[in-house]
Design a protein around this ligand. Structure first.
Ligand code: 0O2
Length: 223
């Protein structure tokens, strides 16, 4: 009935999940601080919102099964890089690289892996900048390095990805339509990428501030 119980019934499962939650908070705070500082400098408020999630026990279980890995807590830490996930939404494409660089250059952050699906979009059109980072988290009597997946994308890329993600689960699409739909989605992704580039060019024309310092409606950081 609940196959993930194999995992959740381990004595230290809740402790491990608490550690991932803590790691999310550490990295989120770093990103919020960077954004606050860059906004004050006035040059730009690079992040428009941040969201985070911890992978559900069933998804953790299913991923281990798919990888044909052991169902143990050690295996979770060793084999899954995305139990803790943070999504950062930026206004402009160049902000993505700025935020990524500034996070990774902090001396307690270890960069484990980068997948740049902006320079190399997925065949379906998906664009986003993915990093796996490791951050030390301090507990009562130990310091543990914890892994966090950070996905950074523009508002436009996020718009595409969330709609594509919704539609991915519609299983009742007739076979003859799937190719046509995939092509249409890919076209939308390419149009969006082109628009992102045009918006960046417009901001360059206006000057670096882009008028954003006068925008009273700053978005709140949502979780
Ligand atoms: P969810 O529900 O977001 O957690 P892996 O992470 O090892 O399974 P891979 O390919 O090595 O797979 O990792 P990748 O591609 O760096 O990152 C996977 C995550 O990126 C996905 O998480 C999605 O959040 C996002 N993603 C990747 N490709 C697509 C795509 O084509 N469309 C959309 N909408 N999102 C994508 P999960 O675990 O699949 O799902």
């Amino acid at each position: 009935e609940h196959p993930e119980d194999v995992l959740t019934s381990f004595k230290d499962f809740d402790i491990l999940m608490m550690r991932y939650d803590s790691a999310i908070r550490e990295v989120r705070t770093k990103l919020e601080i960077l954004n606050d500082e860059l906004s004050l400098i006035g040059d730009n408020s690079p992040i428009s919102s941040i969201s985070s999630r911890r992978k559900k026990p069933l998804s953790i279980y299913e991923k281990l099964i798919k990888q044909e890995n052991e169902i143990t807590l050690g295996s979770v830490e060793e084999n899954l890089n995305d139990v803790a996930g943070i999504r950062v939404i930026c206004s402009f494409v160049d902000d993505i690289y700025k935020v990524a660089r500034m996070l990774v250059q902090q001396d307690d952050i270890t960069l484990i892996e980068v997948k740049d699906y902006i320079k190399n979009p997925k065949p379906n059109g998906y664009r986003s900048y993915h990093m796996i980072v490791e951050v030390p988290v301090f507990f009562s009597n130990e310091k543990r390095p914890m892994r966090v997946e950070v996905q950074i994308r523009t508002v436009a890329m996020d718009f595409w990805a969330s709609l594509e993600h919704q539609m991915r689960y519609k299983k009742d699409i007739p076979q003859y339509k799937t190719e046509e739909i995939a092509k249409a989605l890919k076209d939308c992704a390419d149009t969006i990428a082109d628009t992102d580039m045009k918006m960046l060019a417009i901001r360059e024309k206006i000057g670096h501030d882009g008028g954003r310092s006068r925008d009273q409606f700053s978005k709140t950081m949502s979780s």
